[in-house]
Design a binder for this molecule. Structure first.
Ligand SMILES: Cc1ncc(COP(=O)(O)O)c(C=O)c1O
Length: 392
């Protein structure tokens, strides 16, 4: 009898947690027995370990990646009427944190190969800004953007780089430096499906400047520098001790999981190249498979494949995603709409020019399953079904 193949999932947290379940249970039991659930030793230990892993001097745990962005902007005194340059192609939180403070997100285009902010476009936008307070690049899908470009632009402009590193823990930029080791402030998310995910929401800001980290430490606890002494108005956003304990366990497995993601990505690269796909730095001709795989990343840069994202040109992406779903294969579309097109971020009368790479990405990108628990049969099936559908 022929066996029906199972569903290939875009994420599989149950499979990820099964082999480390005893470690997670022990860590959670330790916190429950301690009776300390907010702030305290468990969080401090995780903050030290995370700072060491990303190469930062200080780390401040908070309630989510979205709050990490908000706290970082608050610590850089971003407020009403200010401007912050951010890419238009990213998750909503990268820009909503700016808007929540009454400041204006100024939308830059992306580099089509890295999907991260185009530093040259950001420079042109900065020339038209009157109250620019920061630039906020995003390292998307596990791949670092142009960190050298962002740092030199920020130093020319005299503003900090606040990087959204939610999707890129462990990634290295073109110089080989880890994401988190060079920007003024780096914002991390531990949303469950992130490469390092909590069992709920969680986030962190890492910093080099200890005084900025101290300010964020106060801001996450209602702006209190000492008990009941509120020098400014902050928010309530701490990383729970339970989540910190879980994340300490998971951090020990992160390198192995990242290696498994990279192996899955290398398999796809090879299978698609063999079938006639091009990489996103090449041009497609009629003889090619109509598929563009991620641009090669020369050593010492390192992608951690939070997502393995291909481009499907020619208005075929959505139909392909539907056909794959019918064959039991989950995919994701990150992101179908540019942030400049989000009604909640629109400013009456404002026009956005030069976002061509952003708009192309919203039409063409498709994320394939790449998670560490994806087995060989599943990834072979994904590649074969993709190739068959694209040829058909
Ligand atoms: C690029 C990016 N920025 C910010 C966030 C916000 O993180 P969180 O969901 O932890 O608030 C996410 C993830 O969800 C993200 O992918």
């Amino acid at each position: 009898m022929e066996r029906t193949p199972g569903r290939v999932r875009l994420q599989d947290l149950t499979a990820l947690h099964a082999p480390i379940r005893a470690e997670l249970d022990a860590a959670m039991a330790r916190v429950i027995d301690s009776g300390r659930f907010v702030l305290g030793e468990e969080l401090e230990a995780f903050e030290h370990e995370l700072a060491a892993y990303v190469g930062a001097r200080a780390a401040v745990g908070c309630g989510s990646g979205s709050d990490a962005l908000l706290l970082a902007l608050m610590a850089c005194d971003v407020g009403p009427g200010d401007e912050v340059i951010v890419p238009a192609y990213t998750f909503f939180a990268s820009a909503s944190a700016i808007a929540r403070l009454g400041a204006r997100p100024v939308f830059a285009d992306i580099d089509p190969d890295s999907f991260a902010m185009d530093a040259d476009h950001a420079r042109r936008l900065a020339a038209g800004c009157k109250r620019l307070r920061a630039i906020l690049p995003v390292h998307l899908f596990g791949r670092a953007g142009d960190v050298d470009g962002y740092l030199s632009l920020a130093s020319e402009l005299g503003v900090p780089v606040i990087e959204d590193a939610a999707q890129s823990i462990g990634a290295r930029d073109a110089s080989g430096a880890k994401v988190g080791s060079r920007a003024h402030l780096s914002c991390w998310s531990f949303y469950p499906t992130k490469n390092l995910g909590a069992l709920g929401d969680g986030g962190m800001v890492t910093a080099h400047d200890r005084s900025l980290a101290e300010r964020i430490t106060a801001l996450r606890s209602h702006g209190a520098h000492a008990a009941y002494q509120h020098e400014e108005v902050g928010i309530n956003s701490r990383l729970d001790a339970l989540q910190a304990a879980v994340l300490r366990v998971k951090l020990r497995h992160l390198e192995a999981w990242t290696k498994a993601r990279a192996e899955n990505a290398a398999y796809y690269d090879g299978a698609f190249a063999q079938a006639g796909a091009s990489t996103s730095t090449q041009t497609l001709d009629d003889a090619c498979l109509p598929l563009l795989t991620p641009a090669p990343l020369p050593f010492p840069a390192r992608c951690v494949y939070h997502q393995y994202v291909v481009r499907v040109p020619g208005a075929r992406r959505d139909a392909l995603a539907n056909d794959l779903r019918e064959r039991g294969i989950e995919t994701g579309i990150y992101y179908p709409v540019g942030l400049h097109q989000q009604p909640s971020l629109a400013i009456p009368g404002q026009r956005h020019a030069g976002l061509t790479a952003t708009e192309a990405a919203t039409r063409e990108t498709l994320a394939l399953p790449v998670h560490p628990e994806l087995d060989r049969d599943a990834r072979t099936r994904v590649a074969e079904e993709m190739i068959c559908l694209l040829r058909g």
